[in-house]
Design a binder for this molecule. Structure first.
Ligand code: IMP
Ligand code: MG
Length: 172
């Protein structure tokens, strides 16, 4: 597969986002809320680039649709396990595509009345957006291609690729 973003480009972007978060929340602590399963690798690398007290939690969703596209219906399959009230919550996601998932999760998190709420998305496909939502921290804006690797899957495969690659368009 064609490499779109190499492991060293990814590492540089993750370090830059870590510095941004460290600067924005200087003197405070943050809670990294990872969206399973895609954001696992990003969260684990990002956490080590944040020079603040940080805690982790995870949330999981299922979105209906095809393997490559969300149909806009999102279901919560694992809720948070720790209180978010008064916390600086940073939702950590692999990719912001149509925006349905993030819009759904933002509502859930805000209902817990956190002190601050930010979104960190490693990848952003702005041309595909169907909901008006943006990330506060973005690694890369990418064109409308389906990508895999570094946590991102196609039918649960390729999450463990160290680079982010373009899935060939004719993949069944
Ligand atoms: P959204 O709800 O359309 O913004 O989709 C977000 C979710 O769709 C992500 O968390 C991914 O699981 C999945 N997704 C969107 N684009 C891609 C891609 O290019 N590769 C792999 N998964 C993707
Ligand atoms: Mg997926």
């Amino acid at each position: 597969m064609e490499v779109l973003l190499s492991r060293s480009q990814i590492a540089d972007a993750v370090a830059r986002i870590g510095q941004e978060i460290t600067r924005d929340f200087a003197g405070e602590s943050v809670m990294l809320l990872g969206v399973l399963k895609g954001a696992c690798l990003f969260l684990s690398d990002l956490a080590r680039q944040i020079e603040l007290d940080a805690t982790f939690d995870f949330i999981a969703v299922r979105s209906y649709g095809t393997q490559k596209e969300s149909a806009g219906e999102v279901q919560l399959i694992k809720d948070v396990t720790s209180p978010l009230e008064h916390k600086n919550v940073i939702l950590v996601e692999d990719i912001l595509d149509t925006g349905f998932t993030m819009t759904f999760l933002k509502k859930i998190v805000l209902a817990h009345q956190p002190r601050a709420f930010k979104i960190a998305a490693l990848l952003d496909k702005p041309s595909r957006r169907k909901q008006p939502i943006e990330a506060d921290y973005v690694g890369f804006k990418i064109p409308d291609e389906f990508v895999v690797g570094y946590g991102l899957d196609y039918a649960e495969k390729y999450r463990n690729l160290p680079d982010i690659c373009v899935l060939p368009r004719d993949t069944e």
